[in-house]
Design a protein around this ligand. Structure first.
Ligand SMILES: C[S@@+](CC[C@H](N)C(=O)[O-])C[C@H]1O[C@@H](n2cnc3c(N)ncnc32)[C@H](O)[C@@H]1O
Length: 376
């Protein structure tokens, strides 16, 4: 990805998509954590905050986060507060960020009693000093690590320390091609080792070119799991000239995964996991994107049912953990298969928890009712 030289640069469509996901996630994140008894101060941190604004006065991620927090600060309990930690290494951008944050807080008299905003002119690794404070282990910590595609500036140690926090979560911008280009340069490769926490990723050089991308994303997801995030998922952004960025998310809570998947499907209602830059030829039309494409899920669910009966709960869990889809998509597919008389359900069409689904042993073609409908 080309790195802008100017302190403030033009907002690209993929960044807008990234912001939409972040906003959607943070709205639910704060709503869920705020007001819950026993939840100590929360921290939202950015290691690569940027100037807080794009050309044309469009907000950057720190300002978007502040907008969500200011709108929802009333939800925080009387004894609860939210720390916002913004780190940026470029002095010009820090200066602009300070202006943007001050402008956002101005209508509240320059500060908000529930928010502690700290801006640091430093390298993203400064996050570690906040994270290693033993006394704060219990505090939920969301880290947005949005470098220029890194993740070579995001050492495994940072991810590991976030994972040690009670509600630790990371959202990392990841550009895979950035890494495989440098795997043969020992000095750069060592930076990669520090990011993955092992050398396994170096095997990318033995992968065929069409598998390198997926290999590295999988390797990074595995390394986040090793760091302590039980659930991981990623979102792909296809940019002009076919370059690709991924947002990789790690959380210790199943609910975090649910909320992030919901945010991803909001941005990509068609496939759930990919954003196509509209300037990239061959993009999906907007009409198509409006409807979820469940054809792949249908195929994998049919494969699972071929192996034997399975509960709706297992199918929902499978969709959430192993695919880009959400739990509700698994139910939608199963209900459609039932309507098509391809399967039976002990819980009828409702498919309540505990319903067991099974392939029909009789020939669906001979039964009355609608024949197989068109694919999703
Ligand atoms: C992709 S931009 C961030 C954009 C911002 N998150 C947003 O969406 O509005 C990356 C930023 O990270 C900063 N940066 C690059 N390397 C850094 C490092 N090692 N530590 C801290 N900041 C860094 C750059 O100056 C740039 O402002």
């Amino acid at each position: 990805m080309a790195v802008p030289e100017k302190a403030v640069w033009k907002l690209s469509p993929h960044t807008e998509a990234k912001h939409a996901m972040l906003r959607s996630y943070l709205e639910t994140w704060l709503a869920k954590l705020a007001g819950t008894r026993g939840i100590p101060p929360l921290t939202y941190a950015e290691g690569f905050a940027g100037p807080g604004v794009y050309e044309g006065e469009k907000p950057g991620s720190p300002v978007i986060a502040l907008d969500v927090f200011l709108k929802q600060a009333h939800r925080l309990r009387r004894d609860q507060h939210l720390n916002v930690l913004l780190i940026e290494e470029d002095a010009r951008r820090v200066e602009e960020l300070r202006r943007q944050v001050a402008a956002k807080l101005a209508p509240h008299g320059g500060s908000h009693p529930k928010l502690n905003v700290t801006i640091q002119h430093a390298d993203a690794s400064a996050l570690l000093s906040d994270l290693t404070e033993e006394s704060r282990r219990d505090e939920p910590f969301f880290a947005f690590l949005d470098g220029w595609g890194g993740p070579d500036h995001i050492p495994f140690e940072t991810a590991r320390h976030v994972a040690q926090r009670r509600g630790g979560e990371v959202l990392v911008t990841f550009e895979a091609s950035h890494l495989w280009r440098f795997v043969d340069d020992e000095e750069r490769a060592e930076v990669g080792d520090r990011c993955f926490g092992s050398q396994e990723w170096r095997d990318v050089k033995n992968q065929p070119s069409n598998k390198k991308q997926k290999f590295l994303i999988d390797a990074y997801q595995k390394s986040l799991k090793r760091a302590g995030f039980e659930y991981v998922t990623s979102f792909e952004m296809i940019l002009p000239k076919k370059s690709r960025l991924h947002l990789v998310f790690g959380t210790k809570h199943i609910e975090g995964l649910r909320v992030m998947k919901k945010a991803m499907w909001k941005v990509d209602p068609h496939q759930g996991g990919v954003f196509h830059d509209p300037r990239f030829p061959g993009q999906l039309s907007l009409d198509l994107e409006a409807q979820a494409d469940l054809s792949h899920l249908r195929k994998v669910i049919l494969d699972k049912l071929e192996e034997g009966p399975i509960s709706i709960d297992s199918l929902r869990e499978f969709a959430l953990h192993e695919t880009v889809y959400r739990e509700k998509h698994a139910r939608e597919v199963a209900q459609k298969l039932l309507r098509e008389k391809l399967i039976t359900s002990t819980g009828g069409a409702n498919m309540g928890s505990g319903s067991i689904l099974e392939m029909r042993s009789d020939d669906p073609a001979s039964s009355a009712g609608p024949q197989q409908e068109a694919l999703f």
